[in-house]
Design a protein around this ligand. Sequence first.
Ligand code: 5GP
Ligand code: ZN
Length: 104
Amino acid sequence: MDKCLFCRIRNRKIPSLCVYEDKMVYAFLDINPVNEGHTLVIPKVHAADFLSITPSELPGLIWGVQKVAAAVQKGTRADGFNLIVNNFRAAGQLVDHVHIHIIL
Ligand code: 5GP
Ligand code: ZN
């Protein structure tokens, strides 16, 4: 059994509202949204934080974030959005599987 919460979500062992998935990324709605459409994008391969993502995983993650951000912005008709990555406890990271917040 995987110990990582977001690996369990990505493997569908824990339910989530998935908005997009491809070979590299899994994107789902935040359980405690800052506002409508608040989405988290994670790499499918576990990496604890932004600095731990391997060079082979990074481009796929960034492409995925761009794709999901465009869709979420369109879907919510927001005029803009923020991308946020909290890294390490001192910066507010609570889940140790890197995730990019898309906040509208
Ligand atoms: P962090 O502070 O690590 O950057 O953000 C973690 C985020 O994950 C928070 O916004 C929190 O609401 C979200 N989160 C924590 N547990 C779950 C969960 O089980 N499901 C979903 N969908 N989001 C979660
Ligand atoms: Zn994980």
